[in-house]
Design a protein around this ligand. Structure first.
Ligand SMILES: NC(=O)c1ccc[n+]([C@@H]2O[C@H](COP(=O)([O-])OP(=O)(O)OC[C@H]3O[C@@H](n4cnc5c(N)ncnc54)[C@H](O)[C@@H]3O)[C@@H](O)[C@H]2O)c1
Length: 265
């Protein structure tokens, strides 16, 4: 009813002014353009001021690679809960945009959480991300993670893990990011004689080396990080965990492996 009566009155008014020339008044037009420009300039100014204000700068900004994935999304949630600013970079090759949406819903305030769709293999794109953001730390989770798949497609693992970690390290150094937390794995231990594996268990000895490409490339990435940290002033931490289970206690995040990869672990 409402729509049709509106339609009728529109037709009537159009009919009633066939001779009126509807030239926009140049003054009004330039006024509107001026107002739009003013609003745009003010918005830009606000963003610049916000970014430069001490309170905004004081909040540490963490880059979480692979933050759309299982562990990365939980780490991002924890960081956000602890009031950090978080940027997630993920190419969604394995991750789950749903997890990012959950985080965006929980922390909608401007500047708290940024999602950047990019692959770490694209060094130029990643360089731009570092250039545009002054990160205080990187938590590097992004990786392909399946032992079985790594034996069938090892080069993918060398590229995705070893080569991309090299890119992350180089860009952190180039942009002066002082802290790296690296997500490694128990697969770097191979098959030690003595169980359980402890902090003292050697990762490699003559007999025991990682037994699959996934473990090998993760170990390589660790070695690169350790060697690099000796000559460059960077605080590093390497987490080696064993099959992670569980989820956010409120059930908002979880593990969502692709069905076709479920038996590749
Ligand atoms: N899940 C475990 O039990 C476990 C155990 C030990 C170590 N880890 C390590 O923890 C990290 C995270 O594992 P997860 O279980 O959360 O895996 P996941 O597959 O859920 O998450 C990995 C994320 O990285 C992203 N990614 C992959 N390659 C990328 C690239 N080139 N550029 C950008 N993003 C990319 C994926 O899209 C995905 O969102 C990995 O480094 C893995 O080796 C996991």
């Amino acid at each position: 009813m409402l729509n049709s009566s509106r339609g009728r009155s529109q037709t009537r008014s159009t009919r009633s002014m066939p001779f009126v020339v509807m030239e926009p008044d140049p003054k009004t037009k330039s006024n509107v353009v001026g107002k739009i420009l003013m609003v745009a300039a003010l918005t830009a100014l606000c963003v610049i001021m916000l970014k430069q204000s001490p309170s905004f700068k004081e909040v540490p900004h963490v880059l979480v690679t692979g933050g759309a994935g299982y562990i990365g999304s939980h780490a991002a949630l924890r960081l956000l809960k602890e009031n950090y600013r978080v940027s997630i970079v993920d190419n969604l090759s394995r991750g789950n945009m749903g997890a990012v949406k959950v985080l965006q819903g929980l922390f909608p305030e401007p500047g708290r959480l940024q999602f950047i769709y990019a692959g770490l293999g694209d060094a130029k794109a990643v360089d731009k991300i570092f250039l545009e953001n002054a990160f205080d730390a990187v938590m590097h989770f992004a990786a392909v993670i399946y032992v079985g798949e790594s034996t069938m497609d090892p080069l993918r693992y060398y590229h995705n893990i070893t080569s991309n970690t090299l890119t992350v390290l180089k860009l952190m150094a180039a942009h002066g990011v002082p802290t790296l937390i690296y997500s490694s794995t128990c697969a770097t231990y191979g098959e030690p004689e003595k169980m359980p594996i402890t902090e003292e268990t050697p990762q490699t000895s003559c007999e025991h080396v990682p037994t699959n490409p996934y473990g090998k490339v993760k170990k390589m990435a660790e070695d690169m990080i350790l060697d690099f940290s000796k000559s460059f002033d960077m605080a590093i931490m390497i987490l080696r965990y064993f099959n992670v289970i569980g989820s956010d206690l409120e059930g908002r995040l979880g593990e969502a492996p692709r069905p076709e990869l479920r038996d590749q672990g």
